[in-house]
Design a protein around this ligand. Structure first.
Ligand code: HEC
Length: 156
């Protein structure tokens, strides 16, 4: 270093600091996306500054589902019973059956199923409980994904 001009040093320090601030800001943004991050500091009953719109008292973990990717959301919310590839499991029916084609089970039937649950009536899997924690937009994304898979399987 030829000269150690104090002004230059100060400028360098400010630049370094703003990099640090940016990195922290980015890290925080990542945290906010993660559903159950271990670093989430608000576990206390007085979680006041959380931007979550509907505070459901008995929600197991605050935001259960994030994003609007239908495939992802389906995988998180429905696949455990209806199968990752819509093939069904021993806990729920396949959607690759003609009875779930749009002319028989319109999109509204899917919305009702998620919001209100389903009384078993087609099969012997038992009832389906409502799936909580999904926004309307997320449900629509899931339905779009299901319709896409149905079309690919020739069910339309
Ligand atoms: C815990 C298991 C389980 C999960 C999770 C689940 N379902 Fe179901 N689902 C069922 C069962 C069981 C039925 C009842 C089938 C029958 O006998 O009619 C059903 C039925 C349905 C039906 C048919 C409704 C009707 O009117 O006949 C739709 C649509 C549906 N589920 C959509 C979904 C969607 C979308 C998700 C994810 C957001 C989901 N389900 C998650 C078990 C589940």
């Amino acid at each position: 270093m030829p000269t150690s001009n104090p002004q230059q040093l100060a400028r360098a320090a400010v630049a370094a600091l703003s990099v640090v601030v940016l990195v922290i800001a980015a890290a925080c943004a990542d945290d906010a996306e993660a559903p159950a991050s271990t670093t989430t500091p608000t576990a206390a009953p007085t979680a006041e500054a959380t931007p979550t719109p509907t505070p459901t008292p008995d929600a197991p973990t605050a935001p259960r589902f994030s994003g609007t990717d239908g495939r992802e959301l389906y995988g998180q919310a429905c696949a455990v019973c209806h199968g990752q590839a819509l093939e069904g499991t021993n806990a729920g029916p396949t959607f690759l059956d003609r009875i779930y084609a749009p002319w028989h089970h319109a999109d509204i039937a899917f919305i009702f199923a998620v919001e209100r649950g389903v009384r078993a009536h087609h099969w012997n899997f038992g009832n389906m409980a409502p799936v909580e924690g999904l926004s309307h937009e997320q449900v629509l994304a899931i339905i779009a994904f299901i319709r896409e898979q149905q079309r690919a399987a020739g069910i339309e």
